[in-house]
Write a protein of this length. Structure first.
Length: 137
Protein backbone atom coordinates (compact mmCIF):
# COMPACT_ATOMS: atom_id res chain seq x y z
CA UNK A 1 0.00 0.00 0.00
CA UNK A 2 1.37 3.36 -0.98
CA UNK A 3 0.32 6.60 0.67
CA UNK A 4 1.13 10.15 -0.21
CA UNK A 5 1.98 12.62 2.52
CA UNK A 6 -1.16 14.71 1.98
CA UNK A 7 -3.35 11.58 2.33
CA UNK A 8 -2.46 11.13 6.02
CA UNK A 9 -5.00 12.47 8.49
CA UNK A 10 -3.33 13.52 11.74
CA UNK A 11 -5.74 13.34 14.66
CA UNK A 12 -4.74 15.77 17.41
CA UNK A 13 -7.94 16.71 19.21
CA UNK A 14 -8.71 13.46 21.09
CA UNK A 15 -6.59 13.92 24.19
CA UNK A 16 -7.38 12.13 27.43
CA UNK A 17 -9.63 14.32 29.59
CA UNK A 18 -9.44 12.78 33.06
CA UNK A 19 -11.99 15.21 34.52
CA UNK A 20 -14.62 14.36 31.93
CA UNK A 21 -13.96 10.64 32.28
CA UNK A 22 -14.33 10.84 36.08
CA UNK A 23 -17.57 12.83 35.71
CA UNK A 24 -18.96 9.94 33.64
CA UNK A 25 -17.92 7.28 36.18
CA UNK A 26 -14.56 6.26 34.72
CA UNK A 27 -11.99 7.60 37.17
CA UNK A 28 -8.70 6.29 35.79
CA UNK A 29 -6.47 9.24 36.72
CA UNK A 30 -5.16 7.50 39.85
CA UNK A 31 -3.72 4.66 37.77
CA UNK A 32 -1.60 7.08 35.75
CA UNK A 33 -0.71 9.17 38.81
CA UNK A 34 0.58 6.00 40.52
CA UNK A 35 2.89 5.46 37.55
CA UNK A 36 3.98 9.14 37.41
CA UNK A 37 2.57 9.39 33.88
CA UNK A 38 0.45 12.54 34.25
CA UNK A 39 3.32 14.63 32.84
CA UNK A 40 3.15 12.47 29.69
CA UNK A 41 -0.51 13.38 29.21
CA UNK A 42 0.32 17.04 29.87
CA UNK A 43 2.94 16.80 27.12
CA UNK A 44 0.21 15.67 24.70
CA UNK A 45 -1.54 19.02 25.15
CA UNK A 46 1.13 21.03 23.33
CA UNK A 47 0.74 22.16 19.69
CA UNK A 48 1.13 19.47 17.01
CA UNK A 49 2.99 20.34 13.83
CA UNK A 50 0.97 18.23 11.41
CA UNK A 51 3.27 18.75 8.43
CA UNK A 52 6.24 17.40 10.41
CA UNK A 53 4.17 14.46 11.66
CA UNK A 54 3.08 13.61 8.12
CA UNK A 55 6.63 14.03 6.79
CA UNK A 56 7.95 11.67 9.49
CA UNK A 57 5.31 8.91 9.23
CA UNK A 58 5.17 8.67 5.44
CA UNK A 59 8.88 7.79 5.47
CA UNK A 60 8.89 5.68 8.65
CA UNK A 61 9.86 2.02 8.76
CA UNK A 62 10.63 -0.49 11.49
CA UNK A 63 14.28 -1.42 11.81
CA UNK A 64 14.44 -4.72 13.69
CA UNK A 65 16.74 -7.76 13.79
CA UNK A 66 15.28 -9.01 10.49
CA UNK A 67 15.95 -5.65 8.79
CA UNK A 68 19.51 -5.69 10.16
CA UNK A 69 20.08 -9.18 8.74
CA UNK A 70 18.71 -8.05 5.37
CA UNK A 71 21.09 -5.08 5.46
CA UNK A 72 24.01 -7.45 6.05
CA UNK A 73 22.84 -9.76 3.24
CA UNK A 74 22.65 -6.83 0.80
CA UNK A 75 26.21 -5.79 1.73
CA UNK A 76 27.45 -9.34 1.04
CA UNK A 77 25.67 -9.39 -2.32
CA UNK A 78 27.47 -6.18 -3.29
CA UNK A 79 30.84 -7.36 -1.93
CA UNK A 80 31.14 -11.16 -1.43
CA UNK A 81 34.43 -10.73 0.48
CA UNK A 82 32.35 -9.48 3.44
CA UNK A 83 30.81 -12.95 3.97
CA UNK A 84 31.30 -13.98 7.61
CA UNK A 85 32.41 -10.52 8.76
CA UNK A 86 30.88 -8.65 11.68
CA UNK A 87 28.58 -5.68 11.17
CA UNK A 88 31.38 -3.35 12.22
CA UNK A 89 33.75 -4.92 9.67
CA UNK A 90 31.05 -4.32 7.04
CA UNK A 91 30.97 -0.62 8.05
CA UNK A 92 27.51 -1.05 9.54
CA UNK A 93 26.39 0.16 12.94
CA UNK A 94 25.86 -2.61 15.47
CA UNK A 95 22.25 -3.65 16.00
CA UNK A 96 21.20 -2.68 19.52
CA UNK A 97 17.39 -2.58 19.53
CA UNK A 98 14.26 -2.30 17.40
CA UNK A 99 13.64 1.26 16.21
CA UNK A 100 11.22 3.28 14.14
CA UNK A 101 13.40 5.03 11.58
CA UNK A 102 12.49 8.01 9.44
CA UNK A 103 13.68 11.49 8.59
CA UNK A 104 12.38 15.01 8.96
CA UNK A 105 13.64 17.53 6.41
CA UNK A 106 16.54 15.23 5.64
CA UNK A 107 17.59 14.71 9.27
CA UNK A 108 17.55 11.03 10.31
CA UNK A 109 15.30 10.30 13.30
CA UNK A 110 15.44 7.00 15.21
CA UNK A 111 12.83 6.28 17.90
CA UNK A 112 13.37 3.37 20.28
CA UNK A 113 11.88 2.32 23.60
CA UNK A 114 14.81 4.04 25.32
CA UNK A 115 14.08 7.33 23.54
CA UNK A 116 10.38 7.19 24.45
CA UNK A 117 11.31 6.48 28.09
CA UNK A 118 13.65 9.46 28.10
CA UNK A 119 11.05 11.80 26.57
CA UNK A 120 8.34 10.89 29.08
CA UNK A 121 10.91 10.79 31.91
CA UNK A 122 10.09 7.24 32.97
CA UNK A 123 12.03 4.02 33.29
CA UNK A 124 11.41 1.64 30.40
CA UNK A 125 10.56 -1.26 32.67
CA UNK A 126 7.07 -1.65 34.10
CA UNK A 127 5.89 -0.68 37.56
CA UNK A 128 3.32 -2.41 39.76
CA UNK A 129 1.39 -0.56 42.46
CA UNK A 130 -0.97 -2.51 44.67
CA UNK A 131 -4.23 -1.15 46.07
CA UNK A 132 -5.52 0.39 42.85
CA UNK A 133 -8.56 -1.75 42.20
CA UNK A 134 -11.71 -0.69 40.38
CA UNK A 135 -13.76 -0.55 43.59
CA UNK A 136 -12.07 2.65 44.80
CA UNK A 137 -13.83 5.17 42.52
Amino acid sequence: MSLEEWELNVQVENLVDFTSLAHHGCNIRRFYEAQDLISYFDMLNVPTYMNLVRHFWIRAHVYDRQAAKLEEHEKVLIDPTLEGKTREEMSLESFTCTEIRSSITGIPVFISERVISWVIRRASEGRFVSGLDDNNN
